[in-house]
Design a protein around this ligand. Structure first.
Ligand SMILES: [Zn+2]
Length: 699
């Protein structure tokens, strides 16, 4: 049987069939179903608590302090509205709900519940835009159909599409809305702004691959697009996906006490993800060429929001497409799901270049999330504010670091410029002040704070019992934890209750008390990622790790896009080194259809590979077309079956394949983050050499 938590491309919201592990007492949230029937005025969880007076006080202060009378974002968000479909749900081909805005309607009067930070609530209300909007003559966006926007620009003979969403179903629905209101025209070009999946996964909903092959449809992407579209998410993919449960709260019900948006948009669509390879890559830093009769200037911005990303300037209409480099929020320098830390300074510099090259002339700036900015003054204002916040995070953090502030303190020290608090151009709705500042320290200095006590610390499970013993045992910690919670000192309570939970994973009373602290901390956050992480932690402490089955959709497009080397690297990661103790062999792998050769070696419990080399005395030589190998990479057909039916030819000792297979471990997405939260585990019969997790990450 397929295990629960089988990782798929569509995990973010395709975890549609949700059950709970053994200590669960509560029936399930799903990618948009059960929670819809929940009274938003009631907490969805039997152990859930309402916001405390301390939490409400933080909200009351924020309401006084923040410039809520400034409604410019709302004017921009509404401007150019043309039409919306009647239904707020978009169905997936598999029968599940791919997208659902209805479940977020409680946000309209979210203040009433007093459980969402007013600043975050405002952002989530802005993200309720839904339908077709005019940006400028000839440029239209469908917003609120997915995590990202899809943009349609009128070319000479058809539509040029910027960023075709995450799922074929939502992209198709967007095109249908455009057809209905703007007249039917074919898509003649697609521009992928960057390598994250919410900007290309839906391409098959609007384009037929035949037309790309025949040259009817052009697909344009930034430098190194294919490499990063896939590779960024392979090596640590399973861990990243597990951590998305926290950052994105993907299994929390939509509720004033649960999931209340993701800052960039409300959620990610749950449908078919595909990838069609670009026909043209923008290789140079700046390139100018025509796309269906429209002159465009492309600016590569590697190392900003994504390792492969580009902005586009359209001089004829003075329109500036800022990809995901400038959105209606500060973005992630460090993303909580896990990813390599981004370079805040480089980001700021590319915005600065765009400002001076294009921004000074632009009459409209639009992007792949949120709403456009109109008028040159406004465009320049937003660009300068965004440039400055990325520069400020970099410079101010390093300023403190150079005076001794460490990665374990910077989040309590760093604050964004006061002048930017007067407006809304740089809200921390995706990246947070706290973790972006820690990310900058990590980028330059790494994880160690230079305190010898943290140089080789005990693991939390090993140190916790010592703390608990020295603190006088569970009873005392519970009493102090309760006292701190009653005083609204939730971070203090977390410090000590976390120790108790790690020392006594089965102590449900301790887990429940810690959950109460996390819950209030979650409510209090302005940043949706922090909120979701605290609330997901509270949820797992109370109910255990949610289990769920999701459609098996490790798509062929994604596997095809992987290099053989990347696949072999990943086998090295899946190998349990201890099972390979004493093993040593070499394998020559030849894939004639693409002319590649790999030498694979197992020695010293490490599996390595090198392209272009072969061993003279290999233990085994395998010859198989890459197109057939893909069946094995996907798990559709084992290598042994490929050999049996003659698809793969071998020479030498086939036994080494069995040896290699015996070292492979299938990663389980349901691993424990908080102790004592795991129920009974499920077994799985993964194909020996399957790729396993490929998750499309979206920021
Ligand atoms: Zn995005």
């Amino acid at each position: 049987m397929k295990m629960k938590f089988r990782n798929t491309l569509r995990i973010a919201t395709t975890v549609v069939v949700i059950g709970f592990t053994s200590n669960s007492t509560f029936a399930a949230p799903a990618g948009g179903s059960v929670a819809d029937n929940v009274d938003p005025g009631k907490h969805f969880h039997p152990k859930g608590k309402m916001p405390s007076k301390y939490t409400k006080k933080i909200f009351a202060d924020a309401r006084k302090k923040l410039p809520f009378s400034d409604r410019q974002d709302f004017e921009e968000q509404e401007r150019g509205f043309i039409a919306a479909p009647e239904s707020k749900k978009i169905m997936a081909d598999a029968g599940n709900v791919a997208w659902d805005m209805e479940r977020y309607e409680f946000l309209a009067d979210g203040d009433k519940y007093d459980s969402i930070h007013p600043s975050m609530l405002r952002q989530s209300q802005l993200n309720m835009n839904y339908g077709l909007y005019k940006v400028i003559d000839g440029v239209y966006q469908v917003r609120g159909f997915d995590l990202a926007n899809i943009t349609f620009m009128k070319g000479k003979t058809g539509w040029i599409v910027f960023d075709p969403l995450t799922a074929a179903e939502t992209a198709r629905a967007a095109k249908e809305l455009v057809d209905e209101h703007l007249g039917k025209m074919p898509v003649v070009a697609v521009i992928y702004s960057h390598s994250h999946g919410d900007h290309w996964g839906g391409v098959r909903g609007i384009v037929d691959e035949k037309d790309v092959r025949s040259g009817k449809v052009q697909i344009i992407a930034p430098r190194a697009f294919m490499q990063y579209a896939i590779s960024e998410n392979i090596y640590a993919g399973n861990a990243m996906t597990r951590r998305m449960f926290y950052q994105y709260g993907v299994l929390l019900p939509a509720s004033p006490y649960g999931h209340a948006g993701q800052g960039l948009a409300q959620n990610i669509a749950a449908g078919n993800i595909g990838l069609i390879e670009p026909t043209r890559i923008v290789e140079k830093d700046i390139e100018v060429f025509e796309v269906d009769g429209i002159t465009m200037e492309f600016q590569n911005t590697p190392g900003t929001e994504a390792p492969s990303e580009m902005n586009t300037w359209i001089p004829s209409i003075k329109a500036l497409w800022m990809a995901e480099n400038i959105v209606g929020s500060v973005h992630n320098i460090y993303t909580l799901r896990g990813a390599q830390v981004r370079d805040s300074l480089v980001w700021s510099k590319y915005i600065n270049e765009a400002l001076h090259k294009y921004g000074k002339k632009a009459e409209v700036m639009f992007a792949s999330h949120h709403w456009p900015r109109w008028g040159n003054n406004r465009v320049q204002e937003v660009m300068r504010d965004q440039r400055d916040i990325y520069a400020h995070m970099n410079n101010e953090v390093l300023h403190h670091v150079n005076q001794g502030v460490t990665i374990n303190e910077i989040h309590n020290v760093y604050d964004s410029p006061k002048s930017l608090d007067k407006g809304w151009t740089t809200g921390f709705y995706h990246g947070s002040r706290e973790n972006n500042s820690r990310g900058v320290v990590n980028y330059y200095l790494g994880h160690w704070d230079a305190n010898p006590a943290t140089l080789i610390p005990l693991s939390p499970r090993d140190s916790a019992p010592l703390y608990v013993e020295m603190m006088g045992g569970a009873k005392k910690i519970m009493a102090k934890g309760t006292e701190l919670i009653n005083q609204g000192k939730y971070r203090g309570a977390s410090e000590i209750l976390d120790k108790l939970v790690f020392a006594e994973p089965q102590n449900q009373a301790a887990k429940d008390l810690l959950a109460d602290a996390y819950e209030q901390l979650g409510y209090q956050q302005e940043n949706p990622g922090l909120r979701n992480a605290f609330l997901a932690g509270a949820f797992e402490l109370r109910s255990g790790i949610p289990g769920g089955a999701s459609p098996d959709s490790t798509g062929p497009d994604m596997v095809r896009a992987m290099t053989t080397g990347l696949f072999l690297d990943f086998l090295g990661i899946r190998m349990d080194g201890s099972k390979a103790e004493g093993m040593a062999f070499t394998i020559n792998l030849i894939t004639p259809d693409n002319g590649e050769k790999y030498l694979i070696e197992l020695s010293n419990e490490a599996l390595t590979n090198i392209e272009g080399y072969q061993a003279d005395d290999a233990d085994l030589t395998i010859t198989i077309n890459r197109s057939d190998l893909e069946q094995t990479m996907m798990g559709a057909k084992t290598l042994v079956d490929q050999i049996k039916d003659g698809t793969a030819k071998i020479e030498g000792n086939q036994k080494v394949l069995g040896q290699l297979a015996s070292t492979m471990v299938a990663f389980d997405m349901g691993f424990e983050i908080l102790p004592g939260t795991r129920g009974k585990s499920e077994s799985e019969d993964l194909n020996d050499f399957e790729v396993g997790p490929i998750t499309v990450q979206s920021e």
